[in-house]
Design a protein around this ligand. Structure first.
Ligand SMILES: Nc1nc2c(c(=O)[nH]1)N[C@H]1C(S)=C(S)[C@@H](COP(=O)(O)O)O[C@H]1N2
Ligand SMILES: [Mo]
Length: 361
């Protein structure tokens, strides 16, 4: 699992990164941040009470902060909330500077959003769900005023990370400047004091330690986008199997072996559970196959109030024979259907995870 989660970090070409950083103002300081890529990944989906399939699926499962994956190429040395500033620069009518107090005094909104890294391999665990608190960005952008030729915004972190998004995406009313995660102030690793969340996109479009929003009249590639990762980084319709009976699964190499007898023996039924996510549309159904895609059954699912939070699903399988089986799960949202082939790549993974299960004699 460590290897999977580090995959993206390893793809960074240090020399290229250094060059890119030194091209920005303050590049010398940036060089000292290159202490190494930090990545933490623990399966975020805790065991549902699967042996009790009559229980209603919960509306939300939050990933505790201690278990939430961290994907950063470097942690900025110190970001102080008292001296922190967010600057609106570039093609704005009047430059605007916000303090942390300005963020706290603006109207607050609480919402759920699932964060996933575009480098998360099919079925991988660089994904977590949290409740966030922050204030809409839009009123501040309106106050600064965007000049006519503006086409993109660059969102910049104190670690000199940056990413860009089209004007229309950043000016959506559900884009927020966020300072709390699961009711706690953001931790240093997750972007204290303020990060931005742009729903519908993979993690790379959600800069932590946000310090500058620059209005651009020309397109620009961000840090990961420069390494070839998708520039739109929109979340495709996809599902992840997280659990088979009591075994947590998070990569395609997982083998699950179940004994026949006992309380969790396969004769009592096998519970399969997971999550599904889409960039903007509610999940219509999650289908599970236990015969490598020949036949499909519809899983139970919950209906989270926001499409930006993962849908939880659960399927109870009653096998009749021992043997080897291949489990698949496929999501269909109101917008699109998950493709059946393997897709691990620079647009993010949307492929089907195949889990091998052996039912013992
Ligand atoms: N400033 C900054 N923001 C960043 C990054 C970074 O390296 N620096 N990494 C991005 C990536 S690739 C992901 S997947 C998410 C992960 O957010 P998390 O570490 O809070 O889970 O943060 C994004 N925001
Ligand atoms: Mo990421």
């Amino acid at each position: 699992m460590g290897e999977d989660s580090l995959q993206k970090c390893i793809t960074v070409n240090r020399r290229q990164l250094l060059k890119q950083l030194l091209g920005t103002s303050g590049g010398l300081i940036a060089a000292s941040f290159l202490s190494g890529c930090q990545s933490k990944a623990i399966d975020p989906l805790f065991l549902l009470n699967l042996l009790n399939p009559d229980d209603r699926l919960p509306d939300h499962i939050l990933t505790p902060l201690s278990e939430f994956y961290v994907q950063s190429y470097a942690l900025p040395s110190r970001v102080n909330a008292e001296t922190w500033q967010l600057k609106f620069t570039g093609a704005v009518k009047q430059p605007l500077v916000l303090s942390f107090q300005d963020i706290l005094q603006a109207p607050q909104e609480e919402f759920y959003l699932t964060m996933e890294c575009i480098g998360n391999p099919t079925g991988g665990n660089l994904i977590g769900n949290a409740q966030w608190m922050g204030t809409p960005l839009l009123p501040f952008l309106q106050k600064a005023g965007i000049t006519e030729g503006t086409i993109e915004f660059a969102l910049k972190g104190a670690d000199y990370y940056e990413t860009t998004l089209p004007v229309a995406e950043v000016m959506r009313p559900d884009v927020r400047l966020v300072h709390k995660m699961n009711q706690e102030p953001l931790t240093a690793a997750h972007g204290f004091p303020v990060r931005i969340l742009v729903p519908g996109h993979f993690g790379q479009k959600q800069p932590k330690w946000l310090i500058e929003i620059e209005a651009l009249t020309k397109t620009k590639r961000g840090f990961w986008e420069h390494q070839g990762w998708s520039n739109t980084a929109e979340i495709p319709t996809h599902s992840l199997i997280r659990q088979v009976q009591e075994t947590r699964v998070w990569n395609r190499h997982h083998q699950v072996s179940l004994s026949r007898d006992g309380e969790t023996g396969w004769q009592q039924g096998v519970l399969i559970a997971g999550v599904a996510l889409d960039r903007s549309a509610p999940m219509r159904s999650i289908q599970v196959s236990t015969d490598d895609g020949k036949t499909w059954e519809t899983a139970d699912q919950n209906h989270p109030p926001s499409p930006h939070e993962w849908t939880l699903w659960r399927y109870r399988w009653q096998p009749k024979q021992p043997g080897k089986y291949t489990l698949l799960a496929r999501a269909q949202s109101e917008r699109s259907q998950q493709p059946l082939d393997d897709r691990d790549g620079k647009d993010g993974s949307s492929g089907i995870l195949k889990i091998q299960v052996t039912l013992q004699i």
